[in-house]
Ligand binder design. Structure first.
Ligand code: NAD
Length: 497
């Protein structure tokens, strides 16, 4: 009998009122049914929002350092459960176990960073322009927050949102992706074990269109933090706009790696392989365009194709596997359709291009590492996010052309340049239109204490992680204290003679 899981609301595990369920399967082996999860609706979301609203006064008035102690405890519980969390993640998401462990470690790092912030939610004091007057700022929590997360980092991304929200004094409702609901259940169990008070963290499962939209539309939710596709991000931004709700969006990418003619070719090769095919290319920061200097292109591409063909595809839980499956059949169909689009546009398929169904892989959603050569900026495979193991190779003649090609994108998340020329590196750092630039490293590998996010259509200007995320979950309050005993009128009393 398939195990059934529930929503986590007000510290209790509760069934959805709808009585409807959805199935969650292992993408590496669809015969392995992980469980059934509630298909929640607006009424379930409302119950969770009311719980979060009721918990808000107590939590927001808990001193920051005390909230910090609970965040440290969250980190410790996750450390104790790291292996179980990582294995669950790999079984549910498909990424290889090493990457699963990395995903969980990112959450642990985020917990400790946020815990420390409990003693560092700094405001400023500054001189007033008037005498006998004090001026300062303090932070206050935004309120009840709705967190909507994708399946590709099913532990890290929810915690990137949840932990900064919690330390800021907000209460939250998480609506996880329906491809990875068990990771969210495990995260709620971690919160329970760490002693997070009832109602402070709530998890409501269900489809995006039903539960996700209901969360965004709810009048008592003051903020939506969303990571996912640009199409859904636009929709949520317009819903939030109606109610002047705060909305933080982390969306898609079409990230590129440049390899200049003076680069360390072995290093650049490892970077391209890892950047393009880790997580089977299903990272928002995945390398999906490779911009090669003409002088090295032939030899570099030959070696890359050879290495891609050797990648060991399979179940991420098995030792030695280098690339897991895609998340579901819909994603595989879409990736396959982009291969046809690329061929139709005249790009040259030099590796992969088809579903991988050898042996045990027939049971999952595997796809071959795929490389197209002869790609031009006009092609859809150059412009559109594919979110799979498909790499588009473009050839350029110099640094200016490389940077212009990199910037010829509606997205601006991550980027990379391999060069030994310090001048070229600094030119690239200055001129690349992306939120993240790696020099001599691949486009993937964000650290939790540095700002994460992108320019252009990748988001709406916010950054997750690091100190910058705290501006998402806090309101600034400016306080003036006049101890002059008389009416002082700022600029009116303060004009040059
Ligand atoms: P998605 O937009 O389909 O879903 C993301 C989340 O939104 C899920 O929880 C889903 O249930 C929910 N959702 C879907 N439709 C909704 C709606 N109408 N209203 C409210 N919620 C809705 O994206 P996905 O397929 O889960 O993830 C892949 C996308 O996410 C890619 O475009 C990728 O680039 C992006 N992504 C971005 C980042 C980043 O930080 N920039 C990180 C990871 C993934």
């Amino acid at each position: 009998m398939t195990e059934r899981f529930r929503n986590f609301i007000n510290g209790k595990w509760v069934e959805s009122r709808t009585g409807r369920w959805f199935e969650d399967k292992n993408p590496a082996n669809t015969g392995d049914v992980i469980g059934e999860f509630p298909k929640s609706d607006a009424a379930d979301v409302d119950t969770a929002v009311q719980a979060a609203k009721a918990a808000l006064p107590g939590w927001s008035r808990t001193p920051g350092p005390k909230r910090g102690e609970l965040l440290f405890r969250l980190g410790r519980v996750m450390e104790e459960r790291k292996e179980d969390l990582a294995r669950t993640l790999t079984r549910e998401n498909g990424k290889i176990l090493d990457e699963g462990r990395g995903d969980v470690q990112e959450a642990i790092d985020t917990a400790y960073y946020a815990g420390g912030e409990g003693r560092r939610l700094f405001g400023i004091t500054t001189p007033s322009e008037l005498g006998d007057k004090w001026a300062m700022t303090v932070r206050q929590p935004v309120g009840v927050c709705g967190l909507i997360s994708p399946w590709n980092f099913p532990i890290a991304i929810p915690t990137w949102k949840m932990f900064p929200a919690l330390i800021s004094g907000c209460t939250v409702i998480l609506k996880p992706a329906s491809d990875t609901p068990l990771c969210a259940v495990k995260l709620a169990q971690v919160c329970e074990a760490a002693g997070i008070p009832p109602g402070v963290v709530n998890v409501v499962h269900g489809g995006g269109a039903e539960a996700g939209t209901a969360l965004a539309r709810h009048k008592d939710v003051r903020l939506i933090s969303f990571t996912g596709s640009s199409a859904v991000g636009r929709e949520l931004a317009s819903i939030c706009g109606q109610d002047l709700k705060r909305c933080s969006l982390e969306l898609g990418g079409k990230n590129a790696q440049i390899v200049m003619d003076d680069a360390d070719m072995d290093l650049a090769l490892k970077g391209a392989l890892w950047g393009a095919f880790a997580t089977a290319g299903q990272r928002c920061t995945a390398t999906s365009r490779l911009i090669l200097h003409r002088a090295i292109k032939g030899a570099f591409l030959e070696r890359l194709v050879e290495a891609a063909r050797k990648l060991k595809i399979g179940d991420g839980l098995k030792a030695g596997t280098e690339m897991g499956p895609l998340i579901n059949e819909a994603r595989r169909t879409e990736v396959a359709s982009y291969v046809e689009i690329g061929k139709g546009e005249g790009a040259r398929l030099v590796s992969g291009g088809a579903a991988h169904k050898a042996g045990e892989c027939a049971r999952g959603y595997f796809f071959e590492p795929t490389i197209f050569d002869g790609v031009t900026p006009a092609m859809r495979i150059f412009r559109e996010e594919i979110f799979g193991p498909v790499l588009s190779v473009v050839t350029v003649g110099d640094l200016d052309e490389a940077i212009a090609t990199m910037n010829d994108s509606s997205y601006g998340l991550s980027s990379s340049i391999y060069t030994k020329d310090v001048r070229a590196a600094f030119q690239a750092m200055e001129r690349i239109e992306c939120g993240i630039v790696y020099v001599n490293g691949p486009t993937i590998g964000a650290e939790s204490h540095l700002p994460f996010g992108g320019m252009k259509d990748t988001g709406n200007g916010h950054r997750e992680a690091s100190h910058t995320v705290y501006d998402v979950y806090n309101e600034w309050k400016t306080i003036y204290v006049d101890y002059s005993g008389r009416l002082q009128r700022a600029q009116i009393d303060n004009q040059p003679a």
